[in-house]
Design a protein around this ligand. Sequence first.
Ligand code: 13P
Length: 251
Amino acid sequence: MRTPIIAGNWKMNKTAAEAVDFVREIRNKLGQIKGVDKVVCPPFIALPGVYDALQATDIGVGAQNMHFAESGAYTGECAPNMLTPYCQYVIIGHSERREYFNETDEGVNQKAKAALAHGLTPIICVGETLAQNEAGETQAFVSGQVRAALDGLTAEQVASLIIAYEPIWAIGTGKSASAAQAGSIIGLSVRGPIADMFGEETAQKVRIQYGGSVKEHNIAEYMAQPDIDGALVGGASLKASFVELVKNAAG
Ligand code: 13P
């Protein structure tokens, strides 16, 4: 009943021109894959061009970050209404933003509220470090991130958003969490707290992705887990073989 969703987080890769060339290259094949929602998340500067190139396809566009304020003296930032002409989605609280740009749980919550208020679907990222994982702190840490991110939202808002569980130690390392491991953490530490906060019915509606070294050869294992509804893909979303990855996700 939950439509799977695969999103490509391009991070700081591809110029605006390269981004448009790339989506032109993959759009027909990607558009033919049914049964799974498809999203690309280019850098800000490439959003208008990518949006134009994907008109008349069913491929969605997302931003990688957003400020929560409507406008103002926030040098280098983009406000929600600057994104809405080009995007349906926005990634919020990626671990790289939390680590390198000091994003906090509180800021993630403010951004989630702002995105929803503007009709953007947040893809809220959570995930533990290697040290936390090895210390057995994963469940407490990840469920705390989920609770903080969703604080003050309505059940209806929560049902509409997406959460990406990305263990930091699995990002860009080629060291992915096993599908069973990821499925179990998502069930216990993401869907569990949502059920506590908003009820089981709402928890069953939320789409939860796994992220961290997802490739075309391992996506099917993640998709086979009942609590995993797709993936947030970094490196493997930058190449034309992303189409194969999405095909393998669709089954
Ligand atoms: P990789 O797929 O490159 O490990 O990146 C995952 C990620 O951070 C997606 O947001």
